[in-house]
Ligand binder design. Structure first.
Ligand code: FCB
Length: 493
């Protein structure tokens, strides 16, 4: 790893020409209109309407009303001055039961959205699957059923045919790790299953779905349209030498379980057997399909994990039990700030992840497809949202991205999560990630201070110097200076 990690850069930080600046959302989190124009039911409709699953009983029924506000939302992006908008396509809008013909009215919404984006010079960047599986497919076993991977490839081909002339970049899916782990292993996301075997099967079939979709989309897309996948990766940092082994196992189970099959066609040797698909599930040719070369890798980066050995009956400050791993604890180093999600803020984790990815797949283009933070945002009596934490977060992470580029990583773009506050899965509307504040009662959107800051960076391609940032913040900038408290496991993310 190169020596610039953590060093504050002296002058303004200029990104390479052509670097793609963008913002992200996903269908269920913003769209609403869950019964409109023939949309079918998804697992998130079912899950969010199940009592006790979502904070405050929230659902995505209304969300940001984006289905009815195409012009307004495209204007937000245009005001921001970004080059690209990453959104996702709701499978049950296009195929209400997950199979068969196309529901044209559902597709029309995406054609209207992509056309408006292109009118404004914004590249549509589409994710084919961001967790909203048609309920009808879940009723037949969902991702634990191999057939779902085949249905997914058919659906991916349909949207590639219908929108291929509009969309500039595609991702087959978003964070399959969360879909399998939270959806099928621990039950904190839809469909809410808690079964290790189902989760291991779901992991394999999600990966297979990615590979089959890649093939199907390539045969339908014009020219050399780029297709990739968005993975969520976290550096796993041991807090002491005796936690090295445990950290390597967790790295395998959280990161490499999806990264390795996609890049190298293998499952990670260090993952525990119960997390991996059984050999009967892996049919001849599967791993080759899964590891067909992607045009780019999408990285969703939020936070690192610190792992230590610890006594669950005698926890020390900063320690919490690591679920499923007796004798291991998650550790929160006191010097690292946390977001309102409780996630550690460590820009160097982004730098380290980018450098590790570049080592794994030298010079493969990488896009940061999500990065952002939830903070305690509110409208002041003067009518503003002064989210200095988000500006600090952005500054720290854009600095890390810039340093990785200086050190030779082929990082080609950055999409902030999120364009606007939205339905944050199990946390409902309680957690705000947006550059735009959404007043959910009136659906009014308001640019936060961070939107103005990000807009300036996106328009100029320059992150101002640390000194200029410090002056602008009134002296309370913190995140740009954060150093990692422990050394990462060699070779681990
Ligand atoms: C990611 C999801 C995205 C959003 C952010 C905060 O895991 O991909 O939809 O909820 O977390």
């Amino acid at each position: 790893m190169n020596g610039t990690s953590g060093a504050g850069a002296p002058g303004p930080r200029r990104f390479p020409p052509g670097f793609l600046w963008g913002a992200s959302t996903s269908a269920y989190q913003v769209e609403c209109a869950v019964h409109t124009d023939g949309r079918g039911q998804s697992i998130w409709d079912t899950y969010s309407h199940t009592p006790g699953t979502i904070h405050g009983g929230d659902t995505g029924d209304i969300a940001c009303d984006s289905y009815n506000r195409v012009d307004e939302d495209v204007s937000l992006l245009s005001d921001l001055g970004v080059d690209g908008y990453r959104f996702s396509i709701a499978w049950p809008r296009v195929q209400p039961t997950g199979r068969g013909g196309v529901n044209q009215r559902g597709l029309d919404y995406y054609r209207a959205l992509t056309a408006r984006l292109r009118d404004r010079g914004i590249m549509p960047v589409a994710t084919v699957y961001h967790w909203d599986l048609p309920q009808a497919l879940e009723d037949e076993g969902g991702w634990a059923n191999r057939e779902t991977a085949e249905r997914f490839a058919e659906y991916a081909q349909l949207v590639a045919q219908a929108l291929g002339d509009q969309v500039g970049m595609w991702m087959t899916m978003n964070e399959p790790q969360q879909a399998a782990h939270q959806g099928y292993r621990v039950g904190t996301h839809a469909p809410g299953k808690t079964d290790y075997e189902l989760a291991a099967a779901a992991s394999h079939h999600l990966l297979l779905g990615h590979g089959l979709a890649l093939e199907a989309m390539r045969s339908s897309l014009p020219g050399r349209t780029a297709v990739g996948i968005a993975l969520d990766l976290h550096p796993v940092r041991p807090t002491s030498e005796d936690a090295l082994d445990a950290a390597a196992v967790l790295d395998a189970e959280h990161n490499r379980i999806f990264l390795e099959p996609v890049l190298h066609g293998t499952y990670p040797a260090r993952a525990r057997a119960e997390l991996l698909p059984s050999s009967e599930l892996i049919k001849p040719g599967d791993m080759r399909t899964i590891s067909a070369p992607v045009d780019f890798l999408g990285l969703n980066y939020y936070c690192p994990f610190y792992i230590g050995l610890g006594d669950w009956d005698d926890l020390r400050r900063g320690e919490t039990p690591l679920p499923g791993h007796p004798g291991l604890v998650n550790y929160a180093p006191p010097e690292l700030p946390k977001t309102t999600m409780g996630w550690l803020v460590e820009p160097n984790g982004l730098y380290d992840t980018l450098v590790t990815l570049d080592r794994e797949a030298p010079q493969l283009p990488i896009f940061i497809t999500e990065n952002g933070c939830a903070s305690e945002d509110y409208i002041t009596p003067e009518g503003e949202v002064n989210d200095q934490e988000r500006i600090d977060f952005l500054e720290g992470h854009l600095d890390a991205a810039w340093r990785a580029i200086q050190d030779g990583v082929n990082l080609a773009g950055y999409f902030h999560w999120s364009l606007m506050d939205n339905f944050e899965w199990a946390r409902g509307y309680q957690r705000r990630f947006g550059l735009y504040f959404v007043d959910f009662a009136s659906q009014r959107r308001l640019a936060k201070r961070s939107a103005r800051f990000y807009s300036e960076v996106a328009r100029t391609g320059v992150l101002p110097s640390s000194e200029a940032m410090l002056q602008a913040s009134g002296g309370d900038l913190v995140n740009g200076d954060i150093r990692s408290a422990a050394r990462p496991v060699p070779g681990a993310l």
